[in-house]
Ligand binder design. Structure first.
Ligand code: NAD
Length: 257
């Protein structure tokens, strides 16, 4: 299997895209480290389940990605990090003049600064092996904007810029750094919004998905966590050895509009 012998650390990987990415990396043979800020039995059970189904080593390490020391500690505690997927992210929606400063700081910390801290510790490990992959989960909102999501959009544009800088600092060293820019992906987070949207718009599920949620996604179909995972595996494959410092959109045509 193409990723046998590699260790992947995926931040924010107890649900949604992070868990989907971990699943596909494990399927490709990578040992995986799952992460979130909680430390519950079910978090560790997720890792045990991945290990059992894919025959890899899987661990769960609790670390709060809003905290610089914890971000750095996650990579140190993992002990190895050949593949780093910076995925942890949160959202808050409000106009700028009413946007709480605490929320702005938290979103910038989790969605952007965490990737700076984890990368800073992982890069020497990657350089020592002459191989490494950093995959930052940005968003279509890393390339375009929408109103009322100022912190999220600033952070996602920021992580696209950080990806380019890391790519330049590692060029020719067997290390690549790229950002995946998903459009809407049907994760538990998004699924939970559907009943509210149906109520507010007085529409059935299919209509609210097509005409409200996926209005800017020309395919009018959600991307899936498996597709984001598959794109990550591609970026870790030899076919992508010269793909660095760029973005890959998985957005059903959103950014072509
Ligand atoms: P999700 O809420 O299902 O998963 C987020 C994960 O991050 C969870 O495991 C959560 O426990 C973890 N997390 C939250 N705060 C954390 C913290 N302080 N420390 C450590 N872990 C923390 O969300 P998702 O939809 O899977 O989103 C994952 C990433 O993908 C985010 O960066 C998000 O911005 C990005 N994204 C999502 C979509 C989408 O439509 N779902 C689209 C584009 C980009």
């Amino acid at each position: 299997m193409i990723l046998s012998g590699k260790t992947a650390v995926i931040t924010g990987s107890t649900s949604g895209i992070g868990l989907g990415v971990a699943e596909e990396l494990a399927r490709a043979g990578a040992d995986v480290v799952l992460n979130s800020f909680t430390d519950r039995d079910e978090d560790h059970a997720l890792a045990a389940d991945l290990a059992r189904r894919h025959g890899v080593t899987a661990r769960y390490i609790a670390a709060d990605m809003s905290d610089a020391t914890a971000c750095r500690g996650l990579i140190t505690q993992a002990g190895a990090c050949d593949i780093l997927v910076n995925n942890a992210g949160i959202q808050h929606v409000a106009p700028i003049e009413g946007f709480p400063t605490a929320k702005w700081n938290l979103i910038l910390a989790i969605n952007l600064s965490s990737a700076f801290h984890t990368s800073a510790v992982a890069l020497p490990m990657m350089r020592a092996k002459g191989w490494g992959r950093i995959v930052n989960i940005a968003s279509a909102h890393g390339l375009t904007a929408s109103p009322f999501k100022s912190a999220y959009i600033a952070a996602k544009h920021g992580i696209v810029g950080l990806s380019k800088t890391v790519a330049l600092e590692t060029a020719g060293q067997g290390i690549t750094c790229n950002a995946i820019c998903p459009g809407y992906v049907l994760t538990p987070l998004i699924e939970a919004q559907i009943p509210d949207q149906m109520r507010v718009h007085n529409m059935d599920r299919d209509t609210v998905i097509r005409d409200v949620m996926l209005l800017r996604q020309p395919s009018r179909q959600f991307a899936t966590v498996e597709q984001i995972g598959g794109t990550t595996v591609y970026l870790c494959s030899p076919a992508a050895d010269q793909v660095t410092g760029t973005t890959i959109s998985v957005d059903g045509g959103w950014t072509a509009l």
